[in-house]
Ligand binder design. Structure first.
Ligand SMILES: *Cc1c(COP(=O)(O)O)cnc(C)c1O
Length: 407
């Protein structure tokens, strides 16, 4: 296959500020006056969120790499004490192994290519693999060596109330999951059950119900299970949506997990909760038409969740000419730079009424599934990246260790 070239769809993010950290977004804008989208990374916020999650969760924390695989973010997650990573592709595994020779990497995609399984096992030292069918179990057994193999059976959950339902694609129904546990047990140095309640899940009870279901599957299987992986889905704050405190989720998990066999190891796979506050994007207004603003990043860039899914994000105006912005606020809609009419972000985006061409808008909480989802569509694949030391536009107040345990 040497004659077949592979090509990355998205150009690497351009750095114009290598190694430098700016005290805040205003000083960065004043000195660089970017005419392309500017991704502002706040590794300190990621490290803090990772530390808090790691301290609160009674088990191993696996960061879900797909959420944001920017090396600065990965280093920030690791600086928060996270030494396990949930990877879903060979490329993620390769990147993580090159950065963290000693980290525990887990291959948590239920459908893997044989080549990726082989590379993970033989080249990158991955020992834990997820599966939700007997076919995948056979594949994993054939392509790995014996010995220290960890097998995790992904359980399907009924559709819940999370903002992003993840029940439709992966997971074994309870009876099949029980049979898979029985089939996997003789080959597993470690046997686990995993699930995902859906992303941005605001209800601690979702974990209660999922753990109860997992426990009934374990009981039906009749075999001992070593690991319960409670997945990701832990929510963060967005405008108009303040989740319960992290402690309420941890309490729900701890209470429900009390019925498990003593010694069962808990795993969690948070993505959004660790990195959402770690990046914002600064867009520039290229044209104003009434209360529509044409800006230089959109749903094919870092803002896909602001398009059809209709997520709202914290935002603020930074005037380009140093003026004091008008105190009168108005609601705007934003259009992204591509020629697709789906490249629209209805918001509403509340901004000073005198916003005009050249002004910048900083949009926060884009560290999760923002920069990671950008495409090169229509040639709009360039962006600047810089690290800033100021506080994110919206902190995650629920990620407080001391917040009262919810009733
Ligand atoms: C995407 C994903 C996660 C992370 O989910 P968040 O909602 O971002 O916490 C964890 N585990 C699996 C298997 C996933 O696919």
């Amino acid at each position: 296959m040497d004659h077949i070239r592979s090509r990355r769809a998205v150009a690497p993010l351009r750095r114009n500020t290598a190694g430098q950290q700016w005290p805040n977004v205003e000083s960065l804008l004043r000195s660089t006056r970017p005419e392309e989208p500017l991704y502002c990374l706040r590794p300190h916020a990621v490290t803090e969120a990772a530390q808090r999650f790691h301290a609160a969760f009674p088990g191993d924390v696996l960061y879900a790499v797909k959420c944001n695989a920017e090396p600065a973010m990965l280093r920030a997650v690791a600086a928060g004490g996270v030494t396990h990573f949930d990877c879903a592709s060979e490329a993620e595994i390769r990147l993580l192994r090159s950065m963290f020779p000693k980290a525990a990497l887990h291959f948590m995609h239920p459908v893997k290519s044989r080549g990726a399984i082989r590379a993970a096992w033989h080249d990158f030292g991955v020992r834990d693999f997820v599966l939700d069918t007997a076919e995948e179990l056979r594949k994993i057994r054939t392509e790995t060596g014996g010995g220290d193999l960890g097998l995790v059976v992904r359980l399907a959950l009924p559709k819940g109330k999370a903002a992003y339902d993840l029940s439709g694609k992966f997971g074994a129904e309870p009876a099949i999951a029980a049979a898979l546990l029985r089939a996997a047990r003789p080959h597993a140095a470690r046997l686990g059950v995993s699930f995902h309640v859906g992303s941005q899940c605001l209800e601690p009870e979702a974990w209660t119900h999922a753990i109860q279901l997992a426990q009934s599957v374990i009981a039906a299987s009749g075999v001992a299970v070593d690991i319960l992986d409670v997945g990701g889905g832990f929510p963060v704050a967005y405008p108009g949506s303040l989740p319960p405190p992290l402690s309420a989720f941890m309490a729900a998990i701890t209470d429900a997990a009390a019925v498990l066999r003593p010694g069962t190891r808990l795993w969690a796979e948070p993505g959004r909760a660790l990195v959402a506050s770690g990046a914002s994007v600064v867009v520039q207004v290229q044209q104003r038409r009434g209360n529509a603003l044409y800006v230089n990043d959109g749903v094919y860039g870092a803002l896909s969740d602001a398009g059809a899914p209709g997520f709202r994000f914290p935002h603020r105006l930074v005037p380009s000419n140093g003026r004091q912005p008008s105190a009168r606020a108005e609601d705007f809609i934003l259009f992204g730079p591509t020629c697709d009419s789906a490249d629209v972000m209805k918001g509403p985006w509340t901004l000073p009424g005198d916003v005009c061409e050249g002004d910048w808008i900083e949009i926060g909480q884009l560290g999760a599934y923002g920069t990671a989802l950008r495409t090169a569509f229509n040639g709009f694949d360039r962006a600047f990246v810089a690290e800033v030391a100021d506080a994110p536009l919206l902190m995650n107040p629920q990620y407080s260790l001391t917040a009262a345990r919810a009733a």
